[in-house]
Design a protein around this ligand. Sequence first.
Ligand code: GDP
Ligand code: GDP
Length: 451
Amino acid sequence: MVKCEFTDESEENTVPKPVLAIVGRPNVGKSTIFNRIVGERIAIVEDKPGVTRDRIYSSGEWLQHEFYIIDTGGIEIGDEPLLEQMRYQAELAIEEADVICFAVNGREGLTAADEEVVQILHRSKKPVVVAVNKMDDPSMHEKLYEFYSLGIGDVFPVSGSHGLGLGDLLDQVASYFPADEEDPYDEDTIRMSLIGRPNVGKSSLVNAILGEERVIVSDIPGTTRDAIDTPFTKDDQDYVVIDTAGMRKRGKVYESTEKYSVLRALKAIERSDVVLAVINAEEGIIEQDKKIAGYAHEAGRAIVIVVNKWDAVEKDDKTMKEFEEKIRDEFQYLDYAPVIFLSAKTKRRIQHLLPAVKEVSESHNMRVKTHVLNDVIVDAVTMNPTPTDHGGRRLRINYATQVSVGPPTFVLFVNDPDLLHFSYRRYLENKIRAAFGFAGTPIHIIARKKS
Ligand code: GDP
Ligand code: GDP
């Protein structure tokens, strides 16, 4: 089964979840703690190139709280010296997080580098919890005392590698989370974000969209905590561009680091219905483009691939077709996403963008009738019988139903979910797409044992 951490059977929620960031020196155990907290929820994604997750950002859950967690230690800023790195990481945590977990090595005690971070955290108004790590057994707790004197936050003895003390720590973290925010937008509003490497033209595109004829930009930007959104209306459809603030905020050293832009992109993706994956036609497709688009796919968002700067490419009548073939080849897992060639600069073909956004959003929210779905599945099985395992046991599909939208998610009730392998799942997905369309949206198929 293709598991995806963003997917459950409830309707998607685009209100931002609170963010916990872990900071601390190298080797104190940040990533060990991160992995513990994230636990089983680390995305197990399709085993295909281009769809991998950097383990610096994931979601966690504690009691009733869902939150995002960032391991700032995974965000290296060029080849700056250690102290500089830590300073940036701490600043980044302060900027991005609602709560900061400062991790230290209890066995080593406080070091000069720890003190450096403490100074920065002192100046921030964000709540801090101190995780005194490597306290593998209670006899070590006397080591805690020197950390109490820091005066930056509550001190918790933990052991990342043994999973000790994290419950108390998370209780405290959760108590600092802001109260749930109301979703600021109407259900019918299409939330879109533009993702892509620096300089592909995301800001220019936003401006070009907002500058289009008959686009009415709302006077009051919608704000949710740290994101600044731009709501607008075109042809009676409400849209909001999510998190352009992140794109405007320039000049910081970490803005140009790859993992930071990935983090920014992820935050925007979480809150979007439709993601525009922007590519620079001049430069072609590089690995980072694939990675970023892969996140949107994993997150189950509707996707439009936008090839910008098409004005800057020398073309003949075959260029577009060739470029699209290249995209299809490089982004195989996005075979459902429409590709639009345009220029934010000359505005050529820009008028095709919002209609495409609307179309993929409709697919993302489309429901199909159960009996029609079952007819499609029965026909599919008749044409290409279900597989058997080595022991000759055959997959039997009793019944199929669509359980949710955003993305469309189908549950197949079967004799044994393990018998549904990738290739047959793919076959069924193609049959469902052939019957119903679902252009621009991933669809999820879950096999469940018939009870
Ligand atoms: P990071 O650089 O801060 O992310 O640190 P890591 O999570 O990579 O951990 C650094 C080292 O400390 C690794 O060898 C871990 O196995 C070890 N470590 C992490 N947590 C604990 C712990 O609670 N107890 C002990 N004894 N070792 C730990
Ligand atoms: P962002 O970092 O992705 O937001 O990219 P920007 O919107 O800041 O654009 C980066 C650069 O590309 C700027 O110099 C833009 O003027 C230029 N640019 C953006 N769109 C186009 C386009 O369609 N054609 C050309 N030739 N240049 C563009």
